[in-house]
Write a protein that binds this ligand. Structure first.
Ligand code: G4P
Length: 290
């Protein structure tokens, strides 16, 4: 399900997360490892402030591992504790509890020094829609937790889920909005399946995807579609080549571009061509300078 975000929704979502934050010792900020920049809420730092934070790069099974390592360093440099996970298959989840223990150690040491009774670390998950929040909660809970409408404001009574002996997790994640105002971000969110097809121009998403592959993995692109294009071949010619190779034609032998566009997007989203990370750190250096 994808939300159409309006200013009212955004304000309400922010208020709700701010309220939930008061209950917890640590925040798990969940992002998609394929787009560690584009899948972050634009106001996340303002919302979370200095609450201890663990950044969970989810869907590691679908991302480019070399680039993922660079992103891990990026988050480390920012002072957040990054952990790479695959919630769908339950990979690396023991690291989540460990990370929570590390980032809250100071607070709990202080509590102990004051003679306070030891208690479990309280945590909540925050992220934009579709990054895998419910999947992760279910994995950590080891059971299926009813999903709230993927809509800020649709609340249910919150409960704590025990994760082992040292952690308690709020069963309702904080849902914040994506950076939809940036056109490149929008294309990447679409390519990874985070936003609905009806709110983007699919042909532009496919063009972005094809140009990305021409630049980053030309050989695999050619092999996958059984075509022969160069890095600089205009996208229309690449679409033509794919259409011909896959027999996607309309009456009169014209290429069926709509089908070609859908095929490209589906293949990239479902990892049929390869594992890719679409956000690069260079992009961020430009942004940080702005
Ligand atoms: P949300 O609560 O943040 O909105 O996300 P949700 O858990 O609903 O997950 C969105 C989609 O991402 C789901 O796929 C889910 O299976 C998938 N997903 C979550 N974590 C991972 C992961 O680590 N790796 C992979 N490969 N996929 C992950 P879906 O197609 O919407 O549903 P389904 O195919 O699982 O039924």
């Amino acid at each position: 399900m994808t939300i159409q975000w309006f200013p009212g929704h955004m304000a309400k979502a922010r208020r709700e997360v701010t309220e939930q934050l008061k209950l917890v010792d640590v925040v798990f900020e969940l992002v998609d490892a394929r787009i560690p920049y584009s899948s972050r809420n634009p106001m996340i730092d303002e919302v979370i402030k200095d609450k201890p934070r663990v950044v969970l790069l989810n869907k590691m099974d679908m991302a480019d591992l070399n680039k993922t390592r660079q992103w891990m360093h990026y988050f480390e440099d920012k002072g957040f504790y990054p952990v790479l996970i695959d919630s769908k298959n339950g990979k690396n989840l023991s690291q989540v509890t460990k990370a929570a223990e590390i980032v809250t150690k100071e607070k709990f040491d202080r509590m102990r020094a004051k003679g306070l009774r030891p208690r479990a670390i309280r945590a909540m998950i925050v992220g934009i829609p579709n990054v895998g929040k419910s999947t992760l909660i279910n994995r950590l809970a080891k059971k299926t937790i009813a999903k709230t409408g993927n809509m800020p404001g649709v609340t249910k009574k919150q409960q704590w889920i025990k994760v082992g002996t040292s952690l308690e997790l709020l069963d309702t994640p904080g849902i914040l909005w994506p950076k939809f105002e940036d056109q490149f971000v929008g294309k990447k969110l679409s390519l990874t399946g985070a936003i609905k097809d009806s709110i983007v121009h699919l042909d532009e998403v496919a063009i972005y995807g094809i140009e990305f592959l021409q630049q980053h993995d030309l050989q695999t692109l050619n092999k996958h579609y059984n075509i022969k294009v160069e890095a600089g071949t205009p996208y229309v010619e690449v679409f033509d080549a794919i259409g011909k190779s896959r027999g996607m034609k309309l009456r009169g032998n014209e290429i069926d571009y709509e089908s070609v566009v859908e095929l490209i997007i589906r293949d990239i989203r479902n990892e049929k061509i390869g594992k890719y990370t679409f956000d690069s750190l260079d992009l961020l250096e430009d942004k940080d300078e702005e």
